[in-house]
Design a protein around this ligand. Structure first.
Ligand code: AMP
Length: 358
């Protein structure tokens, strides 16, 4: 696929949660037909898509049939099983490509890639047994963080190794799976940079966001983050190195620890990202539209913000007072159409805009 896709073409999204929903809405606005594949029927994305499919990821035939109806495919999450990816690729181009997925599905491979790309990470060690963990803790010290190599998100699959933490217990708590131990980063704050790379290698980078978490889940992003020009410049060069190194096509996000001006990469998301939701109301082109543009071979849109923004996630019961939230004239409300509000579940978000200060 070298030509730009014309409006009316079909863009397929693998995964049907809130990120798929917001991609589908942005794609529809540009005149595309969005088809969604998910393991569950009637998820957040399916309910706004032109067409949706529900089948297990293991059903290669279903993935292939879905893909064959699409002009290009993309995804809303990075843990697409290898067999499903192969089935999809056999029928339509997948953007971003295999390298972006393979290098970010596994924390060990990801960290090595980040270092090879010339960016900083915390010190880390591969852990495949309690003996490995003991050796790694002896080297990296306490506190340190044990993380499964695969399938971790929102702080899941992690154990903090503190003074007195029993190492066999920690190893058991993450399911005795291949893991890495990370040195603890005494960061001042957490930042992220969301960027897009087009098929021709052009890049567009949004201003940095400053993020707060609780219980491993993102709570707020404030953007543009108040950072020194050299920090912004360093983040842009990190985004360029990572986007180019992955041959990425589409939006991606880099989570960063700010260690007194020095930026350390925590992880890469090869997709639209929660810390980019602020762009929906504060920038000319949102991260979702940007991603659709990139995968469709369109020119990238403007990343310049016209407003400052504080994005607040609505988690669990936070969206229950939706009448009050809707009555707040300062808030742009986004709800994901999820039916039950389980604890920790992302139900929506609010973007509060303000004038950009100099
Ligand atoms: P992750 O799932 O790797 O994004 O980690 C979730 C959150 O845990 C991060 O946003 C940080 O707040 C914290 N965290 C993760 N890794 C480290 C680390 N090496 N040092 C300090 N805090 C960390």
């Amino acid at each position: 696929m070298t030509e730009a896709l014309a409006p009316g073409s079909v863009i397929g999204i693998l995964g049907g949660g809130q990120l798929g929903r917001m991609l589908a809405l942005a794609g529809a606005r540009l005149g595309f037909d969005i088809h969604v594949f998910d393991t569950q029927a009637n998820g957040p994305a399916a309910r706004v898509a032109a067409r949706s499919w529900a089948a297990p990821w293991e059903d290669d035939g279903a993935v292939q049939t879905f893909a064959a109806r699409c002009d290009v495919l993309t995804f809303e999450f990075e843990n697409i099983p290898a067999s499903a990816l192969a089935a999809a690729e056999s029928a339509a181009p997948v953007r971003p490509g295999r390298k972006s997925l393979e290098f970010t599905q596994d924390r060990l491979i990801e960290k090595r890639f980040i270092r090879d790309a010339g960016c900083n990470t915390v010190d880390f060690a591969e852990v495949n047994s309690v003996a490995d963990l003991e050796a790694a803790v002896a080297r990296l010290g306490r506190p340190s963080i044990l993380k499964t190599r695969r399938f971790g998100y929102d702080g899941k699959g992690q154990a903090v190794i503190r003074d007195g933490t029993d190492l066999s217990g920690a190893w058991a708590s993450i399911g005795e799976q291949p893991a890495i131990l990370e040195a603890f980063a005494p960061f001042k704050r957490e930042l992220s940079v969301v960027a897009a790379r087009a098929a021709d290698g052009q890049m567009a980078v949004y201003p940095l966001a400053e993020n707060t978490h609780s219980g491993g889940i993102l709570r707020t992003s404030t953007a543009p983050a108040a950072v020194r020009p050299e920090t912004e410049a360093r983040a842009i060069s990190i985004a360029h190195a990572i986007g180019t190194g992955l041959d990425h096509i589409g939006v991606f996000a880099v989570e960063l620890f700010d260690m007194d001006g020095e930026l350390v990469v925590n992880e890469i998301a090869p997709r639209v990202h929660n810390t980019g939701h602020w762009t929906m109301d504060a920038c000319m082109c949102s991260q979702f539209e940007q991603h659709i543009r990139a995968v469709a071979g369109w020119p990238l849109g403007g990343t310049q913000p016209h407003s400052a923004c504080e994005m607040t996630n609505l988690i669990g019961e936070d969206a229950a007072p939706w009448r009050d939230l809707a009555a707040d004239e300062t808030a742009c409300l986004h709800l994901y159409g999820k039916r039950d509000a389980r604890p920790g579940r992302k139900m929506g978000h609010i973007n509060r805009l303000s004038p950009i200060s100099d």
